[in-house]
Design a protein around this ligand. Sequence first.
Ligand code: ADP
Ligand code: ADP
Ligand code: MG
Length: 649
Amino acid sequence: MTEFLIAPNPIRTVLIANRGEIACRIMRTCRRLGLRTVAIYSKADSNALHVKLANKAVCVGPAAASESYLNIQAIIEAAKTSGADAVHPGYGFLSENSNFARACDEAGLIFIGPSADAVAEMGSKIQARSIAKKAGVPTVPGFEGINASYEDLAEAADALGYPVMIKANSGGGGRGMRQVINPNELKGAIDSARQEAGASFGDDSIFIEKLIDSPRHLEVQVFGDGRGGALHFYERDCSVQRNHQKVVEEAPAPNLPEEVREKLLESALKLTKSIEYAGAGTVEFIMEADGDSPYFLEMNTRLQVEHPVTEEICGVDLVEFQLRLAAGLSLPLTQEQIVPKGHSIEVRINAERPENGFMPGTGTFLAVDGPAGLRFETGVAMGSSVGTNYDSMLAKLISYGPDRESARRQLVDGLKSLAMIGVPTNQTFLIDCLEAKAFADGTITTGFLSETFPNGWSPDVNELTRLRGAAAKAFCDTGEDDPRQRRDWFRTIKSHRGARADFVIKDDFGNAELTLWAGDRNAVESEGKCLDMAGIEATVFKAPDALYAMRNGLTIATNIVAASDAKLGGAGTSQSENDITAQLTGLVTKVFVTEGEEVEAGTLLLEMEAMKMVHTLTAPFDGKVSNVSCTEGATVQAKTVLMSIEEVE
Ligand code: ADP
Ligand code: ADP
Ligand code: MG
């Protein structure tokens, strides 16, 4: 490590040409090695975490990535003016752009990655396939012809046999891919894949692969020395995917026959050595679920999102190795010294709403607090805002244990205690993925998510109801408009046997009517189902826009209205706790009881309409109706006493 601080190491200051969690992750290693860091940022990111963590930060353009994080000229300029010696591209953005690698070279900056030529060769999936074949590495059966006509492609698809996959030559991030089940879909798939590829990657060339049905995604972390030597850091399994994008990753691959592992590692090394690759790379493969022949898919010439699981089992820091190699130092390891131990699992935490078709989530974080004892790599902190300009990945959470099951359990527990409040995330969805039987068994294929959640995902109904109940309790405790009043009120209903309060709740998961039973009967009821609330505690944040409640990793942003409640608003204005008071100004639509009538706790007393919602008021305890002062059709002011209930012995 000290080698970094002594001459002639040419790297003293590293510019990180990225944002978010990966920029923060790279800075952590730089700092540990005594290197200075320069962040770049767009105008939308001036308060971002990666800007705060760097020694220096340079604005490189407006919010649009094409004008900032993808602006090669502005980034090179920033590196020069800030005195950086080297540029780390992270992943995404310019990390696989050979023009950027070349521009760094030309500006006399060290590009922390492979040569521009290697980036270009592997950036073309068609070229990569042919390099792999030449190196003796099996590729997915397929057909590539850069300028192939539609007729050629159709003929090739017939020869391969349906179903096939149309893929973009320059594809990445799961885009530009189309499954084709039968021949009459081929033309449409080719056209739309071409269009997406052209728009996303500026290259509309496509090729065809045989579609492997629900395969496993396996990949090998490699490190080339640039002279034909290479090390591998074993494999990862990234089969939990949505839209061909990884969601959960782990190392080592579970239930992998040893001879298949050997094939994978050998193929990856062969390919890496054959191109005299320099630096960190990942060789990706797919394999039929129960197969034994992995097919080469592509090579990513950069650090991968899931690199931490490899670091955990191999006990290394891959960013340090990247920096060493870029600085002209050798890796302090031989292949024999890389001995994987234990098991590691990573989840990608995204700003999205899995319950709503994974729509992107936006907002500002009120709290970001990683779980104790787990590796949590985040690009956001309290106060960070999340918009829709960039990728939705916010953070990753990584567990490590002596075996897979302990790593899995730690990660579930970690996700349950992780607090990310203010922006919707996929946190609970991830818990459900890790808890699913197929995952626990380690028998995952890329079909896992659609098989596990065939109708989409929604949170456990009971968990949701309990959380809403806890939110409603907190609403009573903290008060909506007058905290003191509501606290008094809640104490009041607590003192009564079987006292209840009704609410209408609106949150990320929809609207719900909810009844909270206090006193001896500590329970919450919704849609006819009553759940015990004993010991149910939620973390609650009160923000101007909503009351946020979190429990077991499930977070809701609620708006709560007390719908039916005898004592609501009572303590402050009513003469006694026996008074039934209008909570809001509104119209009395129905009066269900008459003077002198005996009622039980929960008996419907009257119905009101206010704020476009129907509120029902019920008896707070057993008693006799008295002093009815309202009639159907009357408009009453908030806090007006509508009737009273006399307690009967
Ligand atoms: P990995 O194998 O490292 O997970 P991915 O293909 O999932 O690689 O991409 C890594 C990250 O970079 C993801 O957050 C993804 O959305 C983003 N990304 C991938 N390709 C691109 C691209 N061409 N432009 C912008 N972002 C990209
Ligand atoms: P990207 O550059 O977008 O990461 P990849 O070629 O690595 O593209 O493929 C991403 C994912 O898409 C794979 O992990 C796999 O799940 C799926 N996929 C790609 N090619 C095929 C194929 N021929 N058959 C089945 N699934 C495939
Ligand atoms: Mg890939």
